[in-house]
Design a protein around this ligand. Sequence first.
Ligand code: HEM
Length: 123
Amino acid sequence: MYDEVGEQFFVDLVDRFYEGVESDDVLLVLYPERDDLSGARERLRQFLIQYWGGPTTYSDERGHPRLRQRHFPFVIGERERDHWVLNMNGAIDSTCEARGSDESVRQRLREYMTNAANHMVNS
Ligand code: HEM
């Protein structure tokens, strides 16, 4: 997918996602660095680029993702998951629309994000 959509797609996707987080009270309180989300933004962007077949900068800098474990410090129930998925789906839709992406890109991303978010629920 990285080769298909290009790096800028993931930059735009994560920027849009974090714009949503900034105005979502349920999500924002979870972020330790909520006054400056640039670090969190960078980590999610690099992770997604790596996951979808781009450069492995995420693991070069952070090691094995172990995402479920890394989310243990945050209380993630169904409510938090729903807000996360709603925000992410909105970011996927608007990025795909703006860039004229293939419908299959939208579907693959939505399916992956929903499954991954379910996996992160820990409360
Ligand atoms: C289910 C709802 C989720 C919530 C409420 C949530 C919340 C958070 C929070 C509060 C952080 C810390 C921010 C930081 O890095 O400083 C974080 C980090 C992160 N999240 Fe999530 N997250 C969720 C789902 C996901 C999913 C589905 C993915 C991947 C597809 C993901 C990927 C990441 C990554 C890559 C980091 C940075 C990990 C690191 O290297 O430390 N998150 N998340």
